[in-house]
Structures are given as structure tokens and as C-alpha cells.
Design a protein. Structure first.
Length: 77
């Protein structure tokens, strides 16, 4: 029973850490791109569509990575 709780908390902690990491990475990326756009005065819709697609790509990569990491914790524990 205690081992099962350890697995649960390991997976939950992994998810929380990855969400925090994702927030920091995306915040920095969006801030840098916003600054870049303002410095070049680019206001096209294509750029913001690319920005949204990059946001989705970062999210998908981090979700897949987190799932694999959680499964590894689950198998090792």
C-alpha cells in the first residue's frame, strides 16, 4: 500500500514539475518573441499563427516527455 502511494506521489510530482517547467519555458519564449516582434514592427497574422503552433509543439513535447518519465517512475518503483 505504501509503495502504491509512493508511485502515485512520484507521478504527481513529475507532472507538477513539468507544468512549472513548461510555464517558464513558454513565458520566456513568448516574451522573447514579443520583444522581437516589437523591435522589428512585424504585425502579421502568419507570425502569430506560427507562435501558436510553436506553443502547441512545446506543450506536446513536454507532455510526451512527462508521460515517459512517469511511466519510468512507475516501472522502477
Amino acid at each position: 500500500m505504501a509503495l502504491q502511494m509512493h508511485k502515485h506521489w512520484a507521478i504527481l510530482l513529475t507532472a507538477v514539475v513539468l507544468l512549472l517547467f513548461q510555464f517558464i519555458v513558454e513565458f520566456v519564449a513568448v516574451y522573447a518573441l514579443y520583444y522581437f516582434v516589437h523591435s522589428l514592427m512585424i504585425y502579421s497574422y502568419k507570425f502569430f499563427i506560427d507562435l501558436a503552433l510553436m506553443h502547441v509543439a512545446i506543450s506536446v513535447v513536454l507532455i510526451v516527455w512527462g508521460r515517459r518519465l512517469a511511466i519510468r517512475f512507475y516501472k522502477e518503483a
